[in-house]
Write a protein that binds this ligand. Structure first.
Ligand code: PXP
Length: 238
């Protein structure tokens, strides 16, 4: 059964709404860990709309489990990652106007850039994952970059408008996981997962980790971080 990693970006989103110091994503990370999260995920976006470099610096000192820095494959981000030294980095596509990460990284199209970013991060002893769509070609190219893991994008599954479409997307994810494992990649999954759709994904054999943010922080606003994380840990099957 997969481990739950909690993405705390939206705690920072609330803080940035007033530009002050609360709520602090660092406190949220500690509470998530105490409630059973096995990792903390932070996306440092180029426009700094939620997490700030300061958050990563403090989290680097306080996270007890594992820090996974999501980042675009750019030289500026690599330089920050090298200073922070998270256990893990996940490369994601980034567009300034998007509400959230829309779709996986196109490793086929941006192969050289992704490969050189993977190399630079691995040289700094950072474990690298690529966030990609459940597409066999993307998986093969991901392996060729030297990345150690792929995070399968579950957004299309999560947004499926009908039971039939949802089933179709779930099968795509299962096939992608099998193929990634077959060629020697480790596998995680995430995006759009919530308290109602996570169980079917958690049951797929071979997914080591689930990265969940929006639904979990939304629930935490109402019931508290501890309950929100504990309930999600149960649904992940731990
Ligand atoms: N995985 C990746 C690569 C992401 O970019 C995000 C969103 O920041 C997530 C997982 C979490 O998605 P959600 O907030 O929809 O749970």
């Amino acid at each position: 059964m997969p481990r739950l990693n909690v993405n705390i970006d939206h705690v920072a989103t609330i803080r940035q709404a007033r530009g002050g110091t609360e709520p602090d994503p660092v406190s949220a990370a500690s509470l998530a860990e105490l409630a059973g999260a096995k990792g903390i995920v932070v996306h440092l976006r180029e426009d700094r709309r939620h997490a700030q470099v300061r958050d990563l610096e403090v989290l680097r000192k306080t996270v007890q489990t594992k820090l996974n820095m999501e980042m675009a494959p750019t030289n500026a981000m690599v330089n920050i990652a090298k200073k922070i030294k998270p256990e893990m980095a996940t490369l994601v596509p980034e567009k300034r106007q998007e509400l959230t990460t829309e779709g996986g990284l196109n490793v086929v199209k941006h192969f050289q850039k992704v490969k050189s970013t993977v190399n630079a991060l691995k040289k700094a002893k950072i474990f690298v994952s690529l966030f990609i769509d459940p597409d066999l070609k993307q998986i093969e190219k991901s392996f060729e970059t030297g990345a150690q893991m792929v995070e399968i994008h579950t957004g299309t599954y999560a947004d499926a408008g009908s039971e039939k479409e949802r089933e179709k997307e779930l099968i795509k994810i299962e096939k992608a996981v099998d193929h990634a494992l077959d060629i020697g990649l480790r596998v995680s999954a995430g995006h759009g997962l919530n308290y109602f759709n996570v169980e079917e994904v958690a049951l797929i054999d071979g997914i080591e980790e689930l990265n969940i943010g929006h639904s979990l922080i939304s629930r935490a606003v109402l019931v508290g971080m501890d309950t929100a994380v504990r309930d999600m840990v149960v649904l992940c099957g731990e």
